[in-house]
Design a protein around this ligand. Structure first.
Ligand code: TRP
Length: 350
């Protein structure tokens, strides 16, 4: 079987380090391992409109930001097809046909959608378009015949929904669509990085993110104000690790090389943790270590970003070229879908 990979993000803001460890890093690794026939990365602007239809400018502005984040992190347009969702109108058409295969109660049972409805206070005024986005996501995935979808944990219900649509489509109309499988980041901590304030989710609206585009000073400030252990007042006090964001981030971002470079008195992270829980290790010192590690990871990303910001037309070229290519693939699938359903009238009636 061919390996076709598809993944994407909503362009609602610049990407942050939660996206980086939760999916971007994984994507770049997959890209470089090269074990695929085709890899697509989609900027899901149409999906983002589900709760931003009254704020189109935000989505317009962030398409380029997300594209710059992608390329700065190492996604290579020569290896992967980066494209804009709304450029592929076949996706909307597929969504419409798939809508008949899903019930409203199934959609509102989706745990991620449920959480988002609460967050957006949509309980009494739920836009139809918004609640249908898992169906449109099934269209995204199946349009390209993707069998592998690298995502964060919150996207699992969408992949499950896609599999259900594929099964019901194939059993009704004949074997046409491919069932996808998710790939989660290997490191458990990376699957859902908390915000700098200790909130379980890192989110733009929560103001608790470190962005890939943050400069060194901003990163230092954000790390210095991070939530740690509120009972760890004096350096000599024993400190707690649970819920301590600085240590959660160290779990996600540090390795022995970083420790050797920035905290040579320790051999590994465990020794730092032991010292902290024993008492005698202050927050500031651990925060400085984390800030150094984050800044080292972000430096090359910032440098690429600075170049791309000055060459936006190159980035748009990449996106439009990618969209043309993606559209060809999606169009083939739409033809197959219509044929399987028996609505390819021009080919079958005349
Ligand atoms: N829902 C994803 C997000 O919130 C974006 C997305 C849209 C996506 N379509 C997709 C991800 C298809 C993977 C596959 O970021």
């Amino acid at each position: 079987m061919k390996n076709i990979i598809l993944t994407g993000d909503r362009p609602t803001g610049r990407l942050h380090i939660g996206h980086y460890v939760g999916s971007l890093k994984n994507r770049v690794e997959i890209q470089n391992e090269g074990n695929y026939d085709k890899m697509y990365v989609m900027i899901a602007d149409a999906q983002a409109l589900g709760d931003n239809h009254d704020n189109i400018q935000k989505i317009r502005d962030n398409i380029i930001e997300v594209a710059i984040d992608y390329i700065s992190c190492g996604l290579d347009p020569n290896k992967v097809t980066i494209f804009i969702q709304s450029e592929i109108s076949e996706l909307t058409e597929l969504t419409f046909y798939y809508m008949n295969l899903v019930t409203l109660s199934r959609l509102t049972r989706n745990p991620t959608v449920k959480e988002e409805i609460k967050l957006r206070k949509f309980e009494t005024s739920l836009p139809v378009g918004f609640v249908c986005y898992p169906i449109s996501q099934a269209a995204d995935i199946t349009a390209f015949g993707a069998n592998i979808v690298p995502v964060g944990e919150d996207q699992l219900p969408m992949i499950e929904q896609t599999r259900e649509i594929v099964r019901s489509f194939n059993s009704l109309y004949g074997e046409t669509l491919v069932e996808p499988k998710e790939v989660l980041p290997k490191n458990e901590i990376c699957r859902r990085l908390p915000g700098t304030d200790g909130n379980s989710k890192m989110g733009k609206s929560l103001g608790n993110c470190i962005y890939l585009s943050d400069d060194e000073k901003t990163v230092n400030q954000k790390v210095m104000s991070m939530y740690t252990d509120p009972d760890h007042i004096k350096v000599s006090d024993p400190g707690k690790l649970e819920g301590n964001v600085v240590f959660t981030y160290l779990d996600a971002f540090s390795n022995n090389e970083f420790i050797k470079k920035y905290a040579p008195e320790y051999n590994n992270l465990q020794e730092i943790k032991d010292h902290y829980t024993r008492g005698g290790l202050g927050d500031v010192k651990v925060k400085r270590l984390l800030a150094s590690i984050l800044n080292e990871i972000l430096t090359p990303i910032r440098e690429k970003r600075a170049y791309l910001e000055q060459h936006k037309s190159e980035v748009y070229d990449i996106l439009f070229k990618g969209s043309d290519e993606a559209r060809k693939a999606a169009s083939k699938t739409l033809n197959n879908v219509k044929k399987a359903m028996g609505i390819d009238y021009r080919n079958s009636l005349a």
